[in-house]
Design a protein around this ligand. Sequence first.
Ligand SMILES: C[S@@+](CC[C@H](N)C(=O)[O-])C[C@H]1O[C@@H](n2cnc3c(N)ncnc32)[C@H](O)[C@@H]1O
Length: 315
Amino acid sequence: MNRRSASNPKSLPAPSLDIHFGDNLPILRGFAEESFHLVYIDPPFNTGKTQSRSRLKTTRDANGDRTGFQGRRYKTTRLGSLEFPDAFSDYLDFLGPRLQEAYRLLHPAGSLFLHVDYREVHYCKVLLDQIFGRDSFVNEIIWSYDYGARSRKRWSPKHDNILWYAKNPKDYTYRYEDIDRIPYMAPALVGPKKAARGKTPTDTWWQTVVSPTGKEKTGYPTQKPLAILERIVKVHSNPGDRVLDFFAGSGTTGEAAVRAGRSAVLIDSHPDAVRVMRKRLAFAKPALHGVKQASSRKPPKRPSGRDELEASGRP
Ligand SMILES: C[S@@+](CC[C@H](N)C(=O)[O-])C[C@H]1O[C@@H](n2cnc3c(N)ncnc32)[C@H](O)[C@@H]1O
């Protein structure tokens, strides 16, 4: 497969990062064709709900509403929430023109990754077959996690679906040597050398969700794990390439790209997303576009003490 190796990585320009605020469609139409090597998008899933994370602070209070360790009582204060609407009656009409743009913008050896869930994946597959051609479909990656409540009425859905389309199914970037290795389930069966090296993952990726109390969390609803984006960026683009995420949310793709020496362009239409990205990606000194309007909304108060996130059922 196409693997443009960086013979002298030092000669590559430092990765750049651009954050755009606004509806992605007109912004995408302004970019030059074939100017991105990798497009990853995680659009709203059409769940019909508003996606939100409430931020709570708990403080010791004898008359509080919660019981904690050793029966101590705590009072809960709601600090605010981050949310965006996730309901489109015309989901495919919304996605279609944006996916057409993704196709136009992709480099001939480039790939698109579309992250959706079991409710939309079959519609999206048909739509992408029409735009890219059926031959361009390479994998449906299942991201499997184990988080949240379990149903008593059906098998609890605990996975997302990531569709991979290569613009040219005969020549696309796939950096096999850069795939991270995972432990064998039965290492004793493969011998010590193989066991120490680990195996390559299949199309089912086991990865825990972003922990509501871990270092990685930004508080943005539906933030995806960095490990998922790191794997996609490192295997499907080369150092120095440009990566695009036009439903960027908290900027996970941007972080994975810049840390791996790729440039990234991120777009989101929600002021909270832009605010979160600016903070998360400040280390990469992003260039901001159309962001004046985004920052005019007062940011919610920073939580102090122990803060918690209430999950809305979707990672
Ligand atoms: C599921 S979230 C993305 C989460 C992201 N992958 C992360 O790891 O944080 C989808 C994002 O798409 C944004 N969005 C929805 N419609 C948009 C549009 N027309 N243009 C740009 N962004 C849009 C929402 O504001 C939301 O932040």
